[in-house]
Design a protein around this ligand. Structure first.
Ligand SMILES: O=C(O)C1=C[C@@H](OP(=O)(O)O)[C@@H](O)[C@H](O)C1
Ligand SMILES: C=C(OP(=O)(O)O)C(=O)O
Length: 453
């Protein structure tokens, strides 16, 4: 689907207090997996709360090309009639995964275990991102991958007719790589073993169990060992997708920045391997509480309450990165409004997201008068304190977003608290994960805080 920029140029300006209760779109990670496991299950999987962002719609289109029936009944309400494990059919067209690394890499795992030929591509951002991190381990199943120079998209794959189970120790803390290996293992006999030295989001493991697969998880001296028994019969099961904590981060951050604000984000997924930002914000002194905690569909969920108040600098250890890997741009914005110098350690993985997020985040801050520097794999931000609208943070810059939705949203949040407006060069990619973002933020601000410059 061509990317018709919804509103390429957008700017945010000092807003009045943000107040209200809201819900953010469904969790992107869970939404991708619900469609993929629904396509592999026997029966009809009912999904509620699915994220209808462009990344997830790419996965829906790919599942249709692979033979599953995927239909939308109503906003957020979908049905997937699966083909069973090993039952996907050869796609009659190129699989275009758009801007989505998760869709592309998890799909490589799916394709590796099926005896079919497929070609995959993506947009200009995704075609820059490394794919060897999945094609290398997946080749041990017997699948044959051919990629563009440097291990990039487009790629072609001939899936294995008799896939072998993997035994793989992840060299990088990546739930995408872990999930690709597990998805390939579904089609292999025996037991697939994946080891991660640092735990990453476990939505794949949770959902495999939800659909009836046998998954064991053990923390050992080697790391977290995940064992999957191959060739299960996955049985269709209802999936209720909670709000995405990575999306909730933006209205939460805005409330923490703008004086007088109090915002409640309802029904947010609180998987412990996704909530590193909220722990970090509390360390900064943020007035952030959780209400109405409960478990839904096997995942913890709650309502996040955020109120404006003073923030202090923090030192974020590298071990926290996997649990907040997508939240560093917005955390860096908040660090610009905190008292003192914030250091975020071990951010090498940010180099290979939709953009080089480490460099782009530093540039975003510098363009708006916040002192930020990169030291090795660390990002250091000199806070200017006094998070007050029209306060010490100048703003006034236009941020290059490099086709990165989280850069765009982080910059627009920053502009709600700076002296002068903050503009972004392209807001269209926000639709990959958070359709309706600008309208929702304006509703909280009680006016047109976000609008064309
Ligand atoms: O598995 C997933 O759904 C995701 C994993 C993360 O990537 P890595 O696991 O590669 O760090 C994250 O950046 C991405 O937004 C979603
Ligand atoms: C990195 C992200 O997603 P993906 O890897 O799926 O493109 C993200 O949503 O921040």
């Amino acid at each position: 689907m061509p990317h018709a920029p919804a509103s390429p140029l957008l700017a945010s300006r000092p807003a009045g207090p943000l107040t209200g209760r809201l819900r953010v779109p469904g969790d992107k990670s869970i939404s991708h997996r619900a469609l993929m496991f629904g396509a592999l299950a026997v029966g009809e999987t009912a999904i509620t709360g699915l994220l209808e962002g462009e990344d997830v719609l790419r996965t829906a289109a790919a599942m249709r090309l692979l033979g599953a029936e995927v239909t939308q009944l109503a906003p957020g309400e979908w049905r997937v009639s699966g083909r069973g494990v090993g039952g996907l059919t050869e796609p009659a067209d190129v699989l275009d995964m758009g801007n989505s690394g998760t869709a592309a890499r998890l799909l490589c795992g799916l394709l590796a275990g099926h005896p079919l030929f497929a070609v995959m591509t993506g947009d200009a951002s995704l075609r820059k991102r490394p794919m060897k991190r999945v094609t290398d381990p997946l080749s041990a199943t017997g699948a044959v991958f051919r990629t563009r120079e440097g291990g990039r998209l487009p790629l072609a794959v001939q899936g294995a007719a008799d896939p072998l189970p993997l035994d793989y120790v992840l060299p990088v803390a990546s739930a995408q790589v872990k999930s690709a290996c597990l998805l390939a293992g579904l089609c292999a006999p025996g037991v697939t073993r994946v080891v991660e030295r640092e735990p990453t989001r476990d939505h794949t493991e949770n959902m495999l169990r939800h659909f009836g697969a046998s998954v064991s998880i053990e923390d050992t001296a080697e790391g977290r060992v995940i064992l999957l028994t191959g060739r299960p019969e996955l049985v269709a099961a209802p999936v209720h997708v909670p709000g995405d904590p990575s999306s909730a981060a933006f209205p939460i951050a805005a409330a923490l920045l703008v004086p007088g604000s109090r915002v409640v984000v309802e029904n947010v997924g609180l998987n412990p391997l996704r909530t590193g930002l909220f722990a970090t914000l509390r360390e900064m002194g943020a007035r952030l509480t959780i209400e109405n905690e409960r478990v839904e569909g096997g995942e913890p969920v709650g309502d996040l309450v955020a109120e404006h108040g003073p923030l202090r600098a923090v030192d974020v250890p590298p071990r926290r990165a996997p649990s907040m890997i997508d939240e560093y741009p917005v955390l860096a914005v908040l660090a610009g409004f905190a008292e003192g110098e914030t250091r975020m350690r071990g951010l090498q993985e940010l180099r290979v997201k939709e953009s080089d997020r480490l460099a782009a985040t530093a540039a975003m801050l510098a363009a708006n008068g916040v002192a930020a520097r990169i030291e090795g794999d660390d990002l250091v931000v000199q806070g200017q304190g006094g998070a007050t609208s029209g306060g010490p943070v100048p703003g006034g810059g236009t941020v290059e977003t490099h086709m990165d939705h989280r850069l765009a949203m982080s910059a627009l949040v920053m502009g709600l608290g700076t002296r002068a407006p903050v503009a972004v060069d392209d807001a269209a990619f926000i639709d990959t994960s958070f359709p309706g973002f600008a309208a929702l933020m304006n509703r909280l601000a009680g006016g047109e805080a976000l609008r064309a410059p």
